[in-house]
Design a protein. Structure first.
Lengths: 113, 116
């Protein structure tokens, strides 16, 4: 089975801190994604990557950056955390060009105080 | 159906009943559809998918129906169990829209509650 692992289940950070969310997948998937999930707003795509060192903006990239130095790892970076970035962050991966089903990690609940 | 405002649509059923969760999708060019289940505190899990050249697909206790004419998707769960309680999301995609053309779009979800 595909496994997508997010390094932290819960994180509490202070406003202005730099925050790293890490995600690793073990199925050699080309594509990796970061979503945030908020009540009433569903899943919103922040950034995605379809190859090592490649990145594309999703629907809500402002305030975030990403890094994909290795195929299996995709990092989400909050350069200066703000309270409106308190959310559930979900990492996902999928294979190849078909972009069929995504496999999700368990999520990181980030609270910015 | 899809959510409006801050509240998820909810469906409450009795254990053993059949459940039907509906989804209206937006893009007439979408040719691949997926249902996900998200339990409290967990990431979404794939349940079943269907391509646009089909109008019905069955899995274990689940059936997905696709009506392209009205852009409607439904998930039917037979003999609903307490473990089925979760938020259910539909998602639409265009097959082959890979790379920088990635286009998976999620609905906002429906909360299913199963009463014992």
């Amino acid at each position: 089975d595909v496994k997508v692992t997010q390094s932290s289940r819960y994180l509490v950070k202070r406003t202005g801190e730099k925050v790293f969310l890490e995600c690793v997948q073990d199925m050699d998937h080309e594509n990796m994604f970061w979503y945030r999930q908020d009540p009433g707003l569903g899943l919103r795509l922040i950034y995605f990557s379809y190859d090592v060192k490649m990145k594309e903006k999703g629907d809500i990239p402002e305030g975030y950056s990403v890094s994909r130095e290795k195929k299996e790892r995709f990092s989400l970076i909050l350069e200066s955390a703000s309270t409106n970035q308190t959310s559930m962050y979900l990492c996902a991966s999928s294979s190849g060009q078909s972009n069929e089903k995504l496999f999700f990690g368990s999520g990181t609940q980030l609270s910015v105080l | 159906g899809e959510s409006v405002g801050l509240h998820l649509p909810t469906l409450s059923v009795q254990e053993g009943d059949n459940s039907i969760i509906n989804c209206a999708y937006s893009n007439s060019a979408s040719d691949y559809f997926i249902w996900y289940k998200q339990e409290s505190g967990k990431g979404p899990q794939f349940i079943i998918d269907i391509r646009s050249n089909m109008d019905k697909r069955q899995g274990q206790r689940v059936t997905v129906l696709l009506n392209k004419t009205v852009k409607h998707l439904s998930l039917q769960i037979a003999a609903t169990q307490p473990g089925d309680s979760a938020v259910y999301f539909c998602a639409e995609n265009i097959i082959g829209s890979g790379g920088s053309n990635y286009k998976l779009t999620f609905g906002k979800g429906t909360l299913l509650t199963v009463n014992p």
